[in-house]
Structures are given as C-alpha cells and as structure tokens.
Design a protein around this ligand. Structure first.
Ligand SMILES: *Cc1c(COP(=O)(O)O)cnc(C)c1O
Length: 363
C-alpha cells in the first residue's frame, strides 16, 4: 500500500497526460506557453478567484505574495505554530519577525483568539494555513485583520478545492497561495505553485516579480525571482483539473469510510458541518503515536507525521518559546498520525488500515 499512490493516479489519466505532454514537447513552448495562460484561467474559474499567477512552487508563491505585500525587515507577521516549514520560512527570509499563534486542538487550524493576543504596533499581517485540506477560520481572521489594518494571506497549499459557506479556498482573501507538489490534492509531476489575487494590480505585481521584475525583456522594474510554472507541468495540471472534482469526491468517500470503520478509541479528524475538506491528509490523534506507527509499519501500512516539530520550536527560526507559548501545537506534534489518503484508494486498503488499528486498540 502507498501513502499517496501517484502511480495509480498516473495510470488512470495516462493517455490524456501523455498526449498533453507530447503536445508541449512538439510545440517547443516550454516556458510561458499557452498551457500556462489557459491553466491560470481554468484555476480562477474553478475556485472563483479573480486572478491567478502560476509560479515554480508553493514556497515561492508565499514569497511572491509577501513581496507583493511589501513585507520589509522588522515587520511582524503572525503564523500558526503548526504547519509545514515554508509558512514561516518565507516571511523569515524577507526579514520579518515571526509571532506564533496556537492552533485549535481539534481542527488543527490557527486559533483566532491566539492571533488577536499577538497583535502589536509592528504587526503587518497574518498568514493563515488551511491545514490538511480544511479551510482556516478566514471569516474571524479577516475581521481581526480589518480591525487592525493588517493583511491576511491564506496559505492554501493543502486546501485547493476545499469549500465552506463563503466559497472555495484561495478565493476568500485578497491574496492566497497554493502548491502543486505531486502529493498535494491537485499535484503536478514536478514542482509548481500559484498565487491567487482579487485585484488586478496585485496580480500584475506578482506576475512581474515572478519574472525577474520584468515585463519587457531586458527591462527590469523591480527585483524579483525566476519563478515560473513550466508548460509541461501546466499541461499535466490542465488534465488533472478536469478530473479534480471527481478526485475530491473520492477523497471524501475515503475519509467517510475511515470515519465509519475506525475504532472509537482513536480521535478522528473533525470537519465542521457545511464544510468540504480537500482531504490533503486524514490525520488522527492518538496516545503512543510512535509505537502505533511502528506497529502499522510492521503490517505494511505507511503513515506520516505532520508535523513532529512545531514551527515555534524549529532551530532555524530562533524563537523564544516563552514569548509565544503554543501548548496545543506542542501537544499535536506528539499525537498526530496521518493515514494513507489519496483520490484513488481502494475500499479494501481502507478496511485493512482500520483492521490493523482495531487490532492495536485491542492489544
Ligand atoms: C507544501 C506546502 C508548502 C510549500 O509548497 P511547495 O510547493 O512544496 O514549495 C507551503 N505551505 C504548506 C502549508 C504546505 O503544505
């Protein structure tokens, strides 16, 4: 069994993907080809964002968004203590001072009350992560941001396709980002990412920054990056986007089957009513997590720990934990265990994972 079976997925779309890639190869439009522009339009239509700028990966997408927001050294940015490293790495790279908000013990996402408590005179913005595919509480966070004149950026690397009563992930904040890393809900076959913008001026700025600050070749208006999505990845993504709703339903069905078959002694992920997760991960909370992981591994069941060290304790970020205590993030980092999850899971696989967990509970 695979944790995320990308071979099975490729097998399902093989003909369409091979054909789309062959077309790019023959066209020789490898950079900035027509597939990139078409994909940007299709992504915008899918989620309801006004503008989409594709780029090289989800980390760059965050960096580009922060550059477009004008982040400067010394600015304070609030990030959740429980996320993938890139969420904190990008503001840190641009010289920001990080403040770490604690997270909800059940939903895994940033706790708005914890955010509120961290706001000070130097705070400029909030990065909200929609972790494991579930939208962050963007409504509450937007209210806080508006009250204090801060920007709110959604890191939707794990949540493209997720929805709540206000619409889709990546279309609810002035700026949002996602990743097309192969194992993300909408993944390509290499690296890829995108920035979602509500206003055209910001989109133009992001587009400029992603291309060496240049609109006209050899004329540079700003210091930027070389961060482009290549045409081959765009062609793959266009095929996969056509099947994405179907895959999201398949992930949802897999999650429902887990919910139904797992023993009650493990804490299952909770999705609030009227929300749809993109199910980037199906993450349990358990005691003796490390032992359970070994037990499952011995039975051929791969699992993953997202994340064993919370961001406020990462060596590279040199923070003072006493300043921003994040007890829930600390607790989760000891308890979380993600089970195999992707859009092509077989019922028998889910059944065997649940059987093994039941056996563990009884042992
Ligand atoms: C994967 C991920 C990123 C970075 O995306 P890459 O495409 O791998 O650079 C950023 N934030 C979160 C929350 C992620 O899960």
């Amino acid at each position: 069994m695979e944790f995320c079976d990308l071979k099975r997925q490729y097998g399902a779309y093989r003909e369409e993907i091979d054909q789309a890639m062959a077309q790019v190869l023959q066209s020789a439009h490898y950079i900035h080809g027509p597939d990139v522009a078409a994909l940007e339009k299709e992504l915008a239509e899918f989620c309801g964002a006004n503008h989409v700028v594709c780029c090289a990966n989800g980390t760059d997408a965050l960096g580009l968004a922060l550059m477009a927001l004008g982040l400067k050294p010394g600015d304070e940015v609030i990030v959740p203590a429980f996320s993938f490293f890139a969420t904190a790495e990008m503001p840190a790279l641009h010289g920001a001072r990080l403040r770490f908000a604690d997270v909800d013990p059940v939903l895994f996402n940033m706790d708005p009350q914890s955010v509120q408590a961290l706001i000070g005179p130097k705070t400029v913005g909030i990065i909200a992560v929609s972790l494991f595919g579930l939208l962050a509480d963007l409504k509450a966070l937007q209210q806080i941001a508006d009250q204090h004149g801060l920007w709110l950026l959604e890191d939707g690397a794990q949540s493209f396709g997720a929805r709540n009563s206000n619409g889709f992930s990546c279309a609810q904040t002035a700026l949002a980002t996602t990743s097309f890393f192969p194992a993300k809900p909408l993944g390509c076959y290499g690296d890829g990412g995108a920035v979602f913008c509500q206003d055209e001026q910001t989109a133009q700025k992001v587009r400029l920054l992603a291309n060496h600050g240049s609109q006209q070749r050899y004329h540079h208006e700003a210091i930027g990056l070389n961060s482009r999505l290549d045409s081959l990845q765009a062609a793959v993504l266009r095929v996969k986007l056509r099947h994405f709703e179907q895959e999201l339903s398949q992930r949802h069905e897999a999650a429902q089957l887990y919910d139904q078959l797992l023993p009650d002694s493990v804490q299952k992920p909770l999705i609030p009513r009227d929300e749809r997760s993109a199910w980037a991960q199906y993450t349990l909370q358990v005691e003796n997590r490390d032992e359970l992981q070994k037990f499952l591994q011995a039975r051929g069941i791969p699992t993953a720990i997202h994340y064993p060290i919370p961001l406020h304790r990462q060596k590279a970020l040199e923070t003072d934990f006493a300043l921003d205590p994040c007890p829930q993030a600390d607790r989760l980092s000891q308890r979380v265990l993600s089970l195999p999850m992707h859009g092509m899971m077989h019922k028998e696989e889910i059944q065997s994972v649940c059987d093994a967990l039941r056996e563990w509970t009884l042992s």
